[in-house]
Design a binder for this molecule. Sequence first.
Ligand code: UD1
Length: 343
Amino acid sequence: MKILLTGAAGFIGGRVWSALRDAGHEVVGVDAMLPAAHGPGAQVPSDCRTLDIRDASALAPLLDGVDAVCHQAAMVGAGVNAADAPAYGSHNDFGTTVLLAEMFAAGVGRLVLASSMVVYGQGRYDCPEHGPVEPAPRTRADLDAGVFEHRCPQCGSLVEWRLVDEDAPLRPRSLYAASKTAQEHYALAWAEATGGTVTALRYHNVYGPYMPRDTPYSGVAAIFRSELESGDVPRVFEDGGQMRDFVHVDDVAAANVAAVQSGPDGFAAFNVCSGRPISIMEVAAELCEARGEAPPVVTGQYRSGDVRHIVADPARAADVLGFRAAVDPRDGLREFAFAPLRT
Ligand code: UD1
């Protein structure tokens, strides 16, 4: 197949490009080379075109003869403050609407969309007494007292996390999450209006070689890794019991290949995860141990707006796309402890 890949110079896009090529596809790679994602003065890879997808007239000719679009380009992170909103809306949402319109004009009917676990908000929880509940927001009094778990909105008991599947309600809680949810909604509307196929891949915590270094937009794996490299000890917030699913970038690339080749008709969304939950304390400990450093420090500090647990159900991606992650995070993180980072 001939595939237009957006965000092709990024940490994830670059690996998706290699995986698509290895699977025998012809790839046209484009990237806007945003300084926030690539660092100031980053070089565009020689086979990648510099293109902002919001520029419809530049995008249109590249869609000629394309069978599918794999859309990785996005502003990432959570959003630092309210002033970031126009950038998320413009790059992620306006950019996607331009792409969808130009795909329709060019007769391209298949889209693989990089989405995120952040569309789920704070995850899913069970109360021992009341079963599945939408937990109450964590209070400052609880957090200050070191009570980090959510409470049941009915009885106040501490609730337990459970796996989040793709039918969970979408509850975006950050600018980035709002923009990813809107991308999915635009893509769903496009699929219904045009008869096109959209496979939205909800990435969980992605890590791996050439992850960008610590920036205000980085996830925790890059933060811990950068701390270790500069001789600091990783600082684990809350009690370290926050549960996540860390998925290796090569598995994310494999999920994209599977989605390009076998996404079901219409709109469908899938968790892209390892299926092996891990706590933030374990993530830090694996990295420290692999590097032979002192164990991480648990600070008890908390960040307002942080999600306590978000752990993915991998079943649907396995059943429908045949995607199963190959890398166990405990192995992958030990390798990541020494992997090169993007400067
Ligand atoms: C992160 C991203 C989100 C992305 C998702 C999936 C950010 C801010 N969030 O969500 O946009 O879609 O991964 O890839 O980029 N922590 C520490 N010490 C630190 C920093 C963080 O203990 O120095 C803890 C946090 O309190 C949190 C956990 O690590 O409990 C994860 O933090 P982080 O990676 O920033 O956010 P996610 O919610 O996992």
